[in-house]
Design a protein around this ligand. Structure first.
Ligand SMILES: [Zn+2]
Length: 236
């Protein structure tokens, strides 16, 4: 009986090793999307900054348009004044025109100056947008590269996992019904179906085992499960 359990335990440990490998591969598969998430966040960050600048440019262009319209109406006024100036009859009227034309021209010049200044700011903002576009392209390339690498790695990880899953039934079948079903039950409920004994404690849940149980685990005399977490105990 003792010899028999000794053999069964070895098979259980083999199964546990296999399941651990499968679990690690599954963890790697789950981790990969997190790496891509960081890349996507970097791109979203650049998009956010670019949008702010683009909004500002839109506002500045609207300001330029306002000034251009104002300038146009001043220009029309000047043309009208010049036409009227030719028809002045009194000196008083002439003086009035003489001061109104340069005043309006002054307004036009002021608006020209303002438009020029705003255009300079727009140019700077456009340059900044170019920069953001470049950054985004670079970041997108990195993201694509990361995606390709992950796809490649994932394909490898997936293939490894499938290979191990194919090996599993044979390992499982070699184990007698009772410990096999117990293993599968705990495996499905808790992930790890077995736990190493650490002194008198279950290393998975920390529960202290009785002296008799510890003895049986250490000597591989019979199947012992942790009294708290139901994992099959073994002496590492
Ligand atoms: Zn336990």
């Amino acid at each position: 009986m003792t010899t028999e359990w000794n053999e069964v335990l070895d098979k259980l440990l083999e199964l546990m090793g296999l399941d651990l490998k499968i679990a690690r591969l599954e963890q790697r598969m789950a981790r990969a999307p997190a790496e891509l998430k960081n890349r996507a966040a970097a791109i979203a960050d650049i998009d956010g900054k670019a949008k702010q600048v683009a909004d500002r440019v839109r506002l500045l262009r609207a300001q330029i348009l306002l000034r251009e319209n104002e300038r146009k109406s001043h220009q029309l006024k000047i043309e009208k004044l010049k036409a009227q100036a030719g028809e002045v009859r009194s000196n008083k009227e002439f003086v009035a025109f003489r001061s109104e034309i340069p005043n309006t021209q002054g307004e036009v010049d002021r608006l020209d100056g303002e438009i020029l200044k705003i255009m300079e700011v727009v140019e700077q903002a456009d340059a900044k947008l170019e920069e953001f576009n470049g950054e985004k392209t670079r970041e997108q390339e990195l993201a694509d590269k990361a995606q390709a690498e992950i796809d490649e790695k994932q394909a490898d990880v997936r293939a490894q996992r499938e290979g191990l899953l194919k090996d599993r039934p044979a390992v499982l079948e070699a184990i007698p019904k009772e410990p096999r079903e117990l293993y599968e039950r705990v495996h499905q409920a808790r992930g790890r179906a077995m736990s190493a004994l650490e002194g008198e404690f279950c290393s998975a849940c920390g529960e202290r085992q009785t002296r008799n149980e510890v003895y049986n685990v250490q000597n591989r005399t019979r199947l012992i499960v942790c009294r708290a977490c139901s994992r099959i105990l073994f002496q590492p």
